[in-house]
Design a protein around this ligand. Structure first.
Ligand SMILES: Nc1ncnc2c1ncn2[C@@H]1O[C@H](COP(=O)(O)OP(=O)(O)OP(=O)(O)O)[C@@H](O)[C@H]1O
Ligand SMILES: [Mg+2]
Length: 247
């Protein structure tokens, strides 16, 4: 792993909101090509803030490098072709009259041919298991909109795929399909913010525990079995590792 390229490097990243909330105090870590890293932490830990900072929609200080390019106002466009962010709320992401246009928007903006765009749309919708290409996003259920938002980013095949709570609101079959998709990917570099620690155990090699700063960074096995560390941050081991007692 150590001789693969560094895709993401965050150095002393800080970010605050206009009301003074300091969401990230000093976040440093890097990710290599092909790594699958889960970003976990309690509500308000700064996970979404960090993901939004990666594409510059959230202002930050410190250094963020993607694929060797430093994030600045001048490189924003470049960075955004390399980082595909699936927002926590799909409604922040869908804006076209049909799902097909939403999913094809990124590939079209990248200058791909109509045939290639059509093929990317078909493949991405198939990957997530959504057959609603001609429908209006506003007429879909929340879970279907989540699937459309995921497809819209998959279709761009970004160097870094950043997903914010991709499984929330998905039914078990669609969640399973996404997990299978994540497990079979080998070349993609994926940063996954989530509370779904069972999915993390199945899909990620490495876990970063965020609490406005990096509280822990290690293998999924080490962190997800560290009950004390998890409890300290309001988290619990994956359900699959706990004995369930029916009442
Ligand atoms: N627009 C905003 N204005 C002020 N504070 C904000 C804003 N958005 C988020 N925050 C604050 O920033 C901190 C980090 O929020 P963030 O959404 O990044 O957390 P998160 O880890 O993604 O949480 P969750 O698990 O609930 O999605 C929180 O304290 C939150 O209240
Ligand atoms: Mg969040």
């Amino acid at each position: 792993m150590s001789d693969t390229a560094v895709i993401l490097e965050c150095r002393e990243v800080r970010s605050s909101y206009p009301d003074g909330t300091q969401a990230l105090t000093d976040v440093s870590f890097s990710m290599r090509e092909g790594e699958r890293v889960a970003l976990i932490g309690p509500n308000g830990a700064g996970k979404s803030t960090l993901l939004r900072a990666l594409i510059g929609v959230q202002p930050s200080e410190g250094d963020i490098h993607v694929d060797g390019i430093r994030l600045t106002t001048k490189t924003l466009r470049d960075i955004r072709t390399r980082v595909g962010l699936i927002f926590q709320n799909p409604d922040d992401q869908l804006f076209s009259p049909t799902i097909e246009e939403d999913v094809g928007f990124g590939p079209a903006a990248m200058g791909l041919s109509r045939e290639e765009v059509r093929e990317r749309v078909r493949a991405a919708l198939e990957d997530v298991g959504l057959s609603a290409a001609g429908r209006n996003p506003l007429h879909l259920s929340f879970g279907e909109r989540r699937l459309a938002a995921i497809a819209a980013v998959l279709s761009m095949r970004p160097a870094l795929l950043a997903m914010d709570e991709p499984t929330s609101n998905l039914d078990p079959a669609h969640r399973r399909r996404l997990i299978r998709w994540l497990r079979k990917r080998e070349s993609e570099t994926i940063l996954l913010a989530t509370h779904d620690l069972d999915m993390v155990a199945e899909t990620c090699d490495r876990v970063i525990l965020l609490s406005r700063r990096v509280a822990a960074d290690g293998s999924a096995r080490d962190i997800l079995t560290d009950t004390d560390l998890l409890a300290e941050h309001g988290l619990e081991p994956p359900l699959g590792m706990q004995g369930i007692e029916f009442r």
